[in-house]
Design a protein around this ligand. Structure first.
Ligand code: FE2
Length: 426
């Protein structure tokens, strides 16, 4: 048997070691030792070999626009939305495409090979929709991009949002979005959820809604989202993004809400980098953490992913497309610090968002798509601790990125190092 590529001797996320044989765009063999011919052989001894990173929540139309036309002075979600509103009329197709493609390059270098991006449909030109549909086609050979029709200015609040959202879906946007906490009243928020879930059911589409991204404990649209998901039989096809109000909710109410979310098969996507900075802005002290109840959702059996949300845009001034940064922040804020919990944080930027996105052939078994990342780390926890270098990134059978090791240069080794402690004396 011959292979196009063999990744030899790497450690899998579950701690086992094996060689991976790749033919074309598929993994065709996994065995302790593949003694076979290969077009290319990569030695991954001592390295973690994982399926690619997955980001189930991003905004690719806004990325890399930081400072245009000005910086978010208050640091709040609402000023970010207003700022994006100022930038929108100035957008051009080419500028959106160029920024998005640049971000995809960053993503590939970081081993991030699947992204679900929301795209704002409230610009009547649908300029960002067309730009990101174009980008989706262009990156398809190496990066899976899903698009969510996102009514940033409110599905009912913005007079043309309903028509625009339908037009975006007609043009090929994959998923129905929403933002019930930004509608003018609780009642309109609830109604927007009902309308949008029904629309998704009628069109046979999935739903991913910005939901309750607020510190207001009475923002309870996740309850409606879960109930409507059950009503329309969309279990397993709906995600609630952010869900930060759950942090501030009454504990008794949450004890009733969690089983409803779990029974509805609604997934949760927390965005720790963004929400730790956006939320709690009206608090004095103590300040609330801007993260939903990750541990409690996991314990209730809900699928939870960590998303990046924003990189260099009106809402967030930092970011590098590194999902290990996201896992690192999520681990701290949740907090999830036992060894098992830290490993789960790695899963929440790999296998769990892959489930949320419904990625076919994700994994390292024979028959899976040959997409993987070789990390300069021995295991999942070390990968998070070091935000480990992505030494080699393989997408659909092809090596698409390489980064030189940095272990010695940065002194990050867990192994004994040679250190000269003879300091000069006076
Ligand atoms: Fe978002």
């Amino acid at each position: 048997m011959t292979f196009d590529l063999i990744i030899a001797g790497g450690t899998f996320p579950d701690g086992t070691r094996a060689d991976i044989g790749i033919t074309g765009a598929k993994i065709t063999a996994v065995a302790p030792h593949l003694d076979a011919e290969a077009g290319q052989r990569i030695d991954a001894t001592g390295c973690l070999v994982a399926p690619p990173f997955v980001d189930a929540h991003f905004h690719m139309d806004a990325t890399l626009s930081y400072g245009q036309p000005r910086i978010n002075a208050s640091g709040t979600l609402l000023e970010g939305i207003a700022l994006w509103g100022e930038l929108k009329p100035q957008l051009t197709h080419d500028a959106v495409v160029e920024r998005a493609l640049a971000y995809c390059d960053w993503a590939v270098a970081m081993g991030l090979l699947a992204i679900r991006s929301h795209v704002d449909i409230c610009d009547d030109r649908l300029l960002a929709v067309d730009a990101l549909l174009d980008v989706k086609k262009r990156v398809a050979p190496y990066l899976d991009l899903q698009l969510v029709a996102f009514p940033q200015d409110g599905y009912l609040r913005s007079p043309t949002a309903a028509a625009n959202l339908a037009r975006a879906l007609d043009r090929g946007v994959d998923i129905v979005g929403g933002i019930p906490h930004f509608e003018r009243t609780m009642e309109e928020g609830r109604r927007s959820v009902e309308l949008l879930v029904r629309l998704a059911a009628d069109r046979g589409l999935a739903v991913d809604m910005h939901c309750d991204e607020t510190d207001d404990p009475l923002s309870r649209h996740i309850e409606t989202l879960a109930a409507e998901t059950r009503r329309h039989g969309l279990q397993g096809r709906v995600a609630g993004s952010h869900l930060t109000s759950m942090h501030s909710m009454d504990n008794y109410y949450v004890s009733k809400l969690l089983p409803l979310i779990a029974e509805a098969g609604v997934a949760a996507i927390a965005n720790p980098l963004i929400n730790i900075t956006l939320q709690g802005r009206h608090d004095t002290y103590p300040k609330r953490r801007g993260l939903t109840r990750v541990r409690e959702l996991l314990d209730a059996g809900v699928t939870v992913g960590f998303g990046q949300d924003c990189v260099l845009d009106p809402w967030y001034a930092l970011g590098t497309a590194d999902m290990l940064d996201v896992a690192f922040m999520g681990l701290h804020v949740a907090p999830m610090t036992s060894p098992d919990d830290m490993r789960r944080c790695f899963d929440m930027v790999t296998s769990e968002p892959a489930k949320i996105m419904g990625l076919q052939g994700y994994g390292l078994e024979p028959g899976c798509v040959a997409s993987l990342v070789v990390l300069e780390a021995g295991d999942k926890i070390e990968a998070i601790r070091l935000r480990a270098t992505r030494l080699v990134v393989v997408s659909k059978g092809r090596v698409v990125a390489r980064t030189p090791p940095r272990r010695t240069a940065l002194g990050l080794s867990h192994r004994p190092m040679s250190v000269d402690r003879r300091f000069p004396t006076a």
